[in-house]
Design a protein around this ligand. Sequence first.
Ligand SMILES: Nc1nc2c(ncn2[C@@H]2O[C@H](COP(=O)(O)OP(=O)(O)OP(=O)(O)O)[C@@H](O)[C@H]2O)c(=O)[nH]1
Length: 276
Amino acid sequence: MKSNLMHLVPPVSRDRIISQFPKWYTPEACLQLKEHFHAQVRTACQQSTGTVGLKISKVVVVGDLYVGKTSLINRFCKDNFDRDYKATIGVDFEIERFEIVGIPYNLQIYNSTLIVTSKLVLLLTLHGSVIHIVVSSSELSSIFLGPFDSLISLLYFRQWLEDALRENEPDSSFIFLVGTKKDLVSDAVCERTELDAIRFANEMQAEYWSVSAKTGENVKEFFSRVAALAFEQSMIKELEKTAGRMARIGSGNLIKLEKNMTDIPEGNTKVSLSCC
Ligand SMILES: Nc1nc2c(ncn2[C@@H]2O[C@H](COP(=O)(O)OP(=O)(O)OP(=O)(O)O)[C@@H](O)[C@H]2O)c(=O)[nH]1
């Protein structure tokens, strides 16, 4: 599957630019920076692997039994939906292939149920994962328990979150909360559930998405977001590894000021900016 994720923006680098050059930051400059970032990414890949190598990120999907994890993954990876329920035993996984800014890219999507998976298997699954997706069914969510269907799964979830954060470098992973089976609830119920879910997601610094594997609503958009963030994270790491050998964004030869800064009279901030 080829995905056109050209909307990628390098937030870290952009923030650095804004903080260093607040007065000259413009949408045009941002676009140029984005293009430059993509070029840098390709160069970084070539320098680190000798070719534009395949990148892989790990995504872990967890949640209660029967909430729709397998259906969500199947809708995205195989574009199908099965009404019949077949319980997932242990941990299952799918690989989805993308091409982002010309770079071959794979998402390894692990599917596991919190309650029935052994702790050791869960820890191994979580190790090195970039994206954590917590799935809950919109149909069953209770306003008392937030997006969780039972108190026990809420407790498991808290433990899981701690493990996930411990198994990975700080600030290197993203958490999503996904409400499935959107098609089974009315708009009014959906809205109410969403308010709870968004509040809960904010508490755990997660992003909330409401989807339906049956109709396909929001599924592609959701995984595009997942792929974009995972890819960006993996590229930022790549760039950090090769930082010594490369021009840094915000310094070096990326931004050229047409005028020498020392020539600018005080109070005059109108300087044109060009990217190389
Ligand atoms: N109407 C509707 N039904 C869904 C949706 N997603 C899943 N289901 C149904 O819900 C049941 C459970 O779905 P699964 O995807 O197998 O759930 P799971 O979370 O993978 O379950 P485990 O393997 O036990 O962990 C199945 O009968 C699906 O057909 C949805 O978006 N809408």
